[in-house]
Design a protein around this ligand. Structure first.
Ligand SMILES: C[S@@+](CC[C@H](N)C(=O)[O-])C[C@H]1O[C@@H](n2cnc3c(N)ncnc32)[C@H](O)[C@@H]1O
Ligand SMILES: [Zn+2]
Length: 330
């Protein structure tokens, strides 16, 4: 943890300033182990392996803890970096561009292995703080520790230990995995200063009926309950079909006969990922099967979220014909 993260921390219980009361070990600018405290309510939180820990997984509701456990495993296993991440991230943030990040204080809700925290920091954000509930923070910390403007915090999106001090908050692929997706969105947006912006990307209900009907029962009853190591092996089978289909059918047909390709099942999405390598496609399949909770959100419900937080000039884009990207000013 870099000392200047303290400028942005606030007690999740009483909103008071948080102080660093002891430092046990430092490496350069990073405090690797120490203790943080809120004096009005006498709470303390440890800094362990470079990350301030505001989430006590043992005391978190079972559904949230199960989600954190499964994703924690995923992002400590699939730690690869990929040069496709930048383009994919910008797609999810539409209409935001890299220049938008310049000099902004940015919050990321559910940073996973830190791939987007790293990109945001590289695009010139003044500071970017990635929070995540799971042990994915171990990977995120490793990926970003050399970046002076990047910070990783282990925390629950519903109880953010942060001041309302952000110019921009984004969350990619996280809100639909929460027990109350709108509640998480609202909590994230509440940390953005008046006049700042919010982006969110969520799974769409539209065009995903095949997932909600056929994949969800399997995911809920079987795959999300499996040992992740077993699922890792098992998920190679559907991933192999997807990989072969995208490489042998979707990509060539979209290049050679795009009008014909439009009629293929789930074409926009499968064509979009058809340039991804095996490991990335396997990550996608595993990601879909491992989540204990996944909501598929309609445009109507998503639009209501933006209305409810009082966003101005909000725009909602249909992405790869299977998901929604929202952007608005608060
Ligand atoms: C599908 S991953 C997406 C990670 C990252 N945004 C990305 O696109 O690479 C979902 C992430 O949300 C995190 N998460 C789930 N519930 C959370 C909560 N209550 N608070 C904070 N993060 C949470 C998980 O630990 C996981 O890392
Ligand atoms: Zn307090």
């Amino acid at each position: 943890m870099k000392k200047r993260l303290l400028n942005y921390l606030a007690c999740p219980a009483c909103n008071a300033e948080i102080a660093l009361i002891s430092t046990n070990r430092c490496e350069g600018d990073e405090i690797i182990s120490g203790t943080l405290s809120c004096s009005p309510c006498s709470r303390t939180w440890p800094i362990e392996r470079g990350v301030p820990r505001f989430a006590e997984l043992m005391t978190i509701a079972a559904d949230k803890a199960a989600t954190a456990e499964n994703f924690g495993w995923q992002w400590q296993h699939f730690t690869q970096a990929d040069d496709k991440y930048e383009q994919q991230f910008l797609g999810w943030l539409t209409p935001v561009t890299p220049e938008f990040f310049k000099d902004k204080v940015v919050l990321e809700g559910g940073c996973g292995k830190g791939r987007h925290t790293e990109l945001a920091a590289g695009w010139g954000a003044r500071e970017v703080i990635g929070i995540d509930l799971s042990e994915a923070v171990e990977s995120a910390f490793k990926a970003t520790r050399e970046l002076a403007n990047a910070h990783i915090v282990q925390a629950d999106i519903y109880h953010l230990p942060l001041k309302r001090a952000f110019d921009y908050a984004f969350s990619v692929g996280v809100l639909h995995h929460l027990p109350d997706p709108y509640g998480g969105f609202k909590s994230l947006a509440a940390k953005v200063k008046s006049g700042g912006h919010v982006s969110a990307w969520v799974y769409g209900a539209e065009n995903n009926e095949w997932i909600t009907r056929w994949v969800n029962p399997l995911r809920e009853r079987l795959t999300s309950r499996m040992n992740p190591r077993t699922l890792l092996q098992l998920s190679k089978l559907p991933a192999m079909f997807m990989f072969a289909g995208t490489k042998l059918v979707y990509r060539p047909l979209n290049l050679l006969a795009p009008d014909l390709a439009q009629h293929l099942f789930y074409n926009d999405y499968l064509n979009a990922i058809s340039t991804f390598g095996w490991r990335e496609q396997h990550t996608i399949v595993f990601d879909h099967l491992v989540a204990p909770t996944a909501f598929y959100i309609s445009r109507e419900d998503f639009a209501e979220w933006w209305k409810q937080i009082g966003a101005h000039e909000s725009v909602i884009n249909w992405h790869n014909s299977n998901s929604w990207c929202g952007f608005g000013r608060v």
